[in-house]
Unconditional design. Structure first.
Length: 315
């Protein structure tokens, strides 16, 4: 448990540092916006490339990955229906509920508690998460939040964007079994290591940005952020566990570590990329609401996970 807390504390300190930097006005608004754009358009594709390249999934896990990605599509549709039905104010609302922190939070939390040797199920559903985020979530969010009309030209530009170039490149390397060959060459290994190093600073910069964007002085904004978090957990756990019981348990084969992995994923909020997108394409108030909600959800998710682990250890 000590090592688990050790993994969580740097996140809280980075968010706090970002808040301090805002209070002393360390960055001009245009500077923090440019950093946000860099995270969304350059660093996130590097993270996804490294994640895809290092995933070690067996063919038997394909259906778990597909099922989890389908569940996320259902969550996206549910968020969209609620947004339209209740005429909600925040345009990012439909995207707030359907992405999870696979690499950022789920992997370190799960491996710390249950061990890296038991991560097969987590990796399987994590693959579904990354496919959904790369192919559906980011594309849809960009078109909608940026008010771009869907056209062949826009789709073409998306397919040659850094995000999709990195996805296709990582998949090609995996399917052609070229990873070991590339790592054996000093030049290609240097390129892969450089991409990984770029991706490794994503979490740091994102936490600083989130902390910088926090506005906890406006009670109305705080209440709205808490409401977003409550609705998110209501949707993800109700739809998620219904999907799990009806479909995914059939492919899990009674593996108890799949149950642990599923809870780990659902409890950890994954709007890091969405927060960056809202900062790039949304209003200042949208950014503040999204950042506050991210921090609240991260703290709630960590608290839920700690309770979950304590209950398992007491059983």
């Amino acid at each position: 448990m000590h090592s688990l807390v050790g993994n969580i504390m740097p996140i809280l300190f980075l968010i706090g540092l970002g808040s301090v930097l805002r209070r002393v006005q360390y960055f001009e608004e245009v500077a923090i916006q440019r950093v946000t754009n860099m995270v969304a358009n350059l660093l996130v594709p590097c993270v996804i490339f490294t994640t895809f390249l290092n995933l070690n999934i067996r063919p038997s896990h394909f259906w778990l990955a597909l099922s989890f990605a389908t569940m996320q599509c259902v969550l996206l549709a549910a968020g969209w229906i609620i947004y339209k039905a209740f005429h909600l104010k925040r345009r990012f609302f439909p995207f707030f509920h359907c992405a999870f922190a696979f690499g950022f939070m789920a992997i370190p939390l799960f491996s710390t508690v249950f061990g890296e040797e038991n991560m097969d199920s987590l990796v399987a559903i994590g693959l579904g998460q990354e496919v959904f985020v790369g192919l559906i979530f980011l594309t849809t969010a960009k078109f909608y939040l940026k008010n771009e009309k869907t056209s062949l030209a826009n789709v073409g530009r998306t397919l040659v964007s850094p995000l999709f170039v990195m996805i296709f490149l990582a998949l090609a390397i995996k399917f052609l079994d070229m990873k070991d060959v590339l790592l054996a060459n000093v030049v290609s290994r240097g390129c892969i290591d450089a991409i990984a190093k770029l991706g490794s600073v994503t979490s740091v910069l994102t936490m600083l940005i989130v902390g910088y964007r926090i506005r906890l002085t406006d009670r109305a904004q705080i209440r709205e952020s808490f409401t977003l978090v409550g609705v998110r957990y209501g949707l993800t756990f109700s739809i998620g566990y219904l999907f799990k019981f009806l479909i995914m348990d059939r492919f899990a084969g009674g593996d108890v570590y799949f149950d642990y992995a599923f809870f780990t994923m659902l409890s950890q909020h994954g709007s890091v990329v969405l927060t960056a997108f809202v900062g790039e394409y949304g209003s200042k108030e949208d950014m503040e609401i999204a950042s506050n909600a991210f921090v609240i959800n991260a703290l709630v998710g960590i608290a839920m996970y700690l309770v979950f682990v304590f209950r398992l250890s007491a059983a």
